[in-house]
Design a protein. Structure first.
Length: 149
């Protein structure tokens, strides 16, 4: 487990970019935190680093957004509960794909074994990111994550 202090939205976006450099295909990144904790901001940094898209809106109403390079962004905020069988998990969790999930606690079913659980707490100026790897590939990604101490 790794804890990283973030001093605002710019640092949260930078953490997303750093994660994009560390995470390889086949890993699911589950983002948890209260409304306003920075989940979407972190995803935007990740998406920008992987695709060059400077601003990626959260797919709150469409639920799932696909990006080049087999990058998927799933936002379950608007759902009371969802069943993962409603999504084509085989495609979005292919061995060379990366899935970012906001509000994963709203889905029933099993998330992939290879995943990074990212918890964000705090709002505005000061946030804390807690990153925990599940599986060997996720542990390797967390070990590769470069973040200035």
């Amino acid at each position: 487990m790794r804890r990283i202090e973030l001093d605002g939205p710019d640092a949260t976006r930078a953490l997303g970019r750093a994660l994009a450099a560390a995470v390889q295909g086949g890993i699911c990144v589950l983002l948890r935190g209260d409304l306003g904790a920075g989940k979407t901001t972190l995803c935007q940094g990740f998406i920008e680093a992987r695709t060059g898209i400077a601003y990626a809106p959260s797919p709150t109403f469409t639920l799932l957004q696909a990006y080049p390079g087999k990058l998927y962004h799933l936002d379950l905020y608007r759902l009371g509960t969802a069943d993962l069988r409603e999504f084509d998990m085989e495609e979005i969790m292919a061995p060379d794909a990366v899935l970012l999930v906001e509000w994963p606690e709203r889905a029933e079913g099993d998330w992939p074994a290879e995943r990074l659980d990212v918890g964000l707490s705090g709002q505005g100026g000061s946030r804390l990111a807690t990153l925990e790897a599940r599986g060997d590939a996720a542990a390797s990604a967390l070990a590769r994550l470069w973040w200035p101490q």
